[in-house]
Each structure stands twice: as C-alpha cells, then as structure tokens.
Design a protein around this ligand. Structure first.
Ligand code: HEM
Length: 420
C-alpha cells in the first residue's frame, strides 16, 4: 500500500447492493481498480473505509485507532456472534475474557479434540456402507458438532444431534444474508441459547458434572473483571462461541475434500502420512477457499491520516479473502499449492482467514490451531481410512454468496472402509 497517497473514493452512491452481488471480490476488485489498498465508499448509507493487504491488517488491528464497540451490527449479533459476546468487547475486559478462551487451547485439550473428531468420523462409516449417497458437508456438521459437545462437556443425545448441528450451521449461514436465511439464523440462535442456558444452570446447580478444564465448566464458573459470574445468558453466548465455530470447520473440511478431488497429486503426498504434509494442506485450504470475507471495526476517536479525516465511529472493513490472495504475499495466489507452506515464514498479518494480530490482545480467532488440528484429523480419515467415488455433481461454489460452499455439498458414493 502506498500509505502516503490520498485515499480514493469509489464513485457509486451506495455500494450495499454491490457487496451482495460481488461478495468476496467486492473489496479486492475495487482495490485493484483504484490501485490502492484503501478506499472510501458508502454502505447502508454510511461512510466506510475498506482496506486490503498486510499493512492494512496491521493498521486495522492497532487498538490505538480502532475499536470493536458497535462494529458488529445487531443482526450479526442476533445470529452469528450472540449479543454482547467477546467479539464486541475492548481493552482489559476483552483481554480478560480472551484468556478464558485461550485457556481451553492447551496441547492436551487440542489432542483430545483431534481424537474425538477422528473417532466420530470412524463411527459413521458403518452407516455409510448402506447409503447410496453420502453428503459430506451434512455428515461433517454432525461430526464436528458432536465432537464439540463432547470436548466442551455438553451432553447431547444422538437423536437431537442433527437439529443442534443444523442450528449451528444456520447461525453461520446467516452472516451474509437478508430475508429468510437471516430469520432462520435467528431462530436457530434462540433455540441453541435456550438449550445451553439450561446446561449452564444444570452445572451451576450441581445437576450435571464435568471436568474443570472443559469449556462448559470454565464458562459457567468464569469470573468477569468485576469478580462476578457471567449471567446465564452471557455464559451461554460464550459457550456457543466454542460449539458453533467448531461445527463451522465442516465448511473447511468440505473444501478440503474438493481440493483432494481437484488435486489428486496432493492426495498422494498426504499418503506418506507425514504430519507436515497435512499441516501444509490444511493451511492452503484455509488460505485458498473463501469463508469469512471481511471484518469490521470502528474509528476509536477521530484522527487525521494522510490528509484524510477518520471521524470517530466511522466503520472500517478489513478484507480477509483478498489479503489471503494478495500477490505481494503469495506467489501465484490463485493456484492451490500446499507446498507454499514449506518453511513458511508467516507473520501476524498475512494468512488471516481467522483474523490476524495477537491471540491474547487482539480479536484473532483463539480456535485457529484447533481448526488446523481438527482439519488434519479429518483429512487423515478421508485419505487413509475410506475409499469413495465422486459422482458427477455440481461442485462449483458461488463467490457472491457469503458464506459459500460447493453447490452439491460434496457427494460421495460407494463409501467403504479401507480395511475391508
Ligand atoms: C471454521 C473455522 C473458523 C473460522 C473460519 C473462524 C474465523 C474467525 C474469525 C474471522 C474471527 C474474527 C477475528 C477478528 O475479529 O479479528 C474469529 C474469532 C473468534 N473465533 Fe474463530 N474461526 C474458526 C474456528 C474457531 C474455533 C474452533 C473456535 C473455538 C473453539 C473459535 C472461536 C472464536 C472466538 C471466541 C472468536 C472471538 C475472538 C475475539 O473476539 O477476541 N473459532 N474466528
């Protein structure tokens, strides 16, 4: 970015419809066209700065300039995040809450999550042998939801699993939506919050037990900066901030299967069962395929920068997808090449599918390593434990729908365990 030049302005009166039309390409295409890493526009009637690239990410995560207060619209809080969750917090209160999430990510706990994910995949194979078609995304959302609940200490009955998993997926599916998809997300959140509030009450009242290192225990008995327990509702919101995103790994796993299908040579590479090969593959899936398009923050208190006034409260959007495809950071960014992560010398602001900056002091996703590990465990299962055919189907994915997924959700036929 030429941080010394002035900030160009996109000439459209209001770009809201273009965001919906262009989706993941909205910011990167305009940056390229305007030859700038930052531009000014209007969305939903308000002035917005859109930014892309590594320097922009470092700027965006500088807490001196930007805050998350009032950055997430209520419609996103009522579906994806939950109202007043950690995503909307700032300063020392945020750092205190973030420690709670980071305390879940110990090596032992991550190994436990991997083992659960792997075991739940294996438990499904028997059922698949009798099925004509297996829709991978639908199976994955249940595998990850069940693993998430077991890992977190949340009891879930077999018969309720499909609906609970669907509810978490519907919350995620609502983030870029207006109309019915948005409302489906709201209903899903209301149902999930009611369920998890009961679970929090049960553990607080001693009707339910779990280990002290589980997410359920930690959320239920966490004391905020004021020394008080979270309200039941707030504890439920934060526990769902663990269960829902683990379920969301189903999207990356579906894209992983697509990548294996489109790049059979990488399947061969993975068969060597080299841990590093799985790591590189998972990293490239997270970089290459679209999931979170951009993040929002607001100007903390007004400042002047390159002769431009950033007024207090102005919305800024950081382009995640475009930064992960920025040719200054990634050679041939539009090619799927896991080997680019061999001896990769990554920084805090280049690979940002789950946000950037520091885990403890910024809003960067605390579940990033859990995601990579759960993807690796699932890939091992797909590559080493089963054989399957990929029938003709529509594997294309839209770049305007956010979030997106291969249209067919990846159908597999003739699924058999390899041991047979
Ligand atoms: C599919 C995998 C995932 C994706 C794509 C993803 C993506 C993201 C993104 C983009 C952010 C926002 C970063 C920012 O605001 O700067 C975030 C934050 C967060 N993620 Fe993830 N995430 C994933 C998995 C997970 C997992 C497995 C967990 C927990 C077990 C998790 C928990 C959270 C929490 C609690 C936050 C808020 C952090 C904060 O505000 O400080 N995520 N994630």
């Amino acid at each position: 970015m030429d941080w010394n030049s002035s900030i160009p302005q996109d000439k459209s009166l209001d770009n809201t419809l273009n965001v919906l039309r262009e989706g993941y390409y909205f910011i990167p295409h305009r940056c390229r066209h305007l030859q700038s890493d930052i531009f000014q526009t209007r969305l939903l009637g308000q002035k917005v700065f859109c930014m892309s690239g590594k320097d922009a990410a470092a700027f965006f995560y500088d807490k001196a300039w930007f805050t998350r207060k009032k950055a997430a619209p209520k419609r996103v809080q009522k579906t994806l995040f939950g109202v007043n969750g950690i995503q909307t917090m700032d300063g020392s209160a945020h750092e205190h809450r973030k420690l709670l999430f980071m305390s879940l990510m110990t090596e032992d706990r991550l190994t436990m999550l991997d083992n659960l994910v792997y075991a739940h995949w294996q438990a499904r194979v028997g059922e698949w042998k009798n099925k004509k078609d297996v829709i991978l995304f639908n199976e994955a959302e249940q595998v990850f939801c069940q693993a998430a609940c077991d890992w977190a200490g949340v009891p879930i009955r077999e018969e309720e699993l499909p609906e609970r998993a669907r509810d978490f997926s519907n919350m995620i599916d609502a983030f870029g939506a207006v109309g019915p998809r948005h409302w489906q997300g709201r209903i899903a959140r209301q149902r999930a919050e009611a369920w998890i509030r009961n679970v929090i009450n049960d553990i607080r009242d001693g009707r339910l037990g779990t280990t002290e290192d589980s997410a359920l225990y930690k959320m239920a008995f966490y004391r905020d900066t004021d020394g008080h327990f979270l309200s039941t509702q707030q504890a439920a919101v934060e526990l769902i901030n663990v269960l829902r995103p683990i379920t969301a790994i189903a999207t990356f796993l579906t894209f992983s299967a697509l990548a294996l299908h489109d790049h059979p040579e990488s399947r061969e590479m993975l068969k060597t069962d080299d841990n590093e090969a799985y790591y590189r593959f998972a990293q490239e899936v997270r970089r290459f395929y679209p999931f979170g398009p951009f993040l929002g923050a607001r100007v903390r208190s007004g400042f002047i920068w390159n002769n431009r006034t950033f007024k207090k409260g102005t919305l800024v959007l950081l382009d995640l997808y475009g930064t992960n495809h920025d040719p200054r950071l990634w050679e041939r960014p539009n090619e799927f090449q896991p080997d680019r992560f061999k001896d990769w010398n990554g920084g805090l602001f280049d690979l940002i599918p789950q946000g950037g900056g520091d885990y403890y002091t910024n809003h960067r996703c605390p579940g990033e390593w859990a995601t990579v590990e759960a993807m690796k465990a699932s890939l091992r299962f797909l590559v080493n434990d089963i054989r399957y055919d990929v029938p003709v189907q529509d594997l294309r994915y839209s770049m305007s729908r956010m979030p997106t997924l291969p249209k067919s959700k990846f159908i597999m036929t003739n699924v058999q365990p390899k041991t047979e």
